[in-house]
Design a protein. Structure first.
Length: 89
């Protein structure tokens, strides 16, 4: 199952796995639309199955990371079904 993110783009094409890197998505954050860029997608080095992908989500106009820092200092995350960017910040 893993953490594959599947994005259907405005032109109807579909990107998933590592393909959405560079894609800009629009989320509601604090009630306002915010452009979020998936700066990169990497496999979780602690996951031996390769099913967990870590996403570097960035606020598009500032480059600020969307995710809070983990104990190791990385600011990566993954999408959760049924959760919005507002819910995972």
């Amino acid at each position: 199952m893993g953490t594959t993110f599947r994005a259907v783009l405005s032109n109807g094409s579909v990107k998933e796995g590592h393909e959405p890197a560079g894609t800009v998505l629009i989320f509601q954050l604090n009630g306002k639309p915010v452009r979020i860029r998936i700066a990169s997608i990497t496999s979780d080095p602690l996951d031996t199955t390769g099913a967990v992908l870590l996403h570097d989500f960035r606020v598009d106009n500032t480059g600020e990371p969307l995710c809070n820092a983990a104990p190791d200092g990385t600011r990566l995350g993954f999408p959760l079904a049924g959760r919005s960017a507002e819910g995972i910040r």
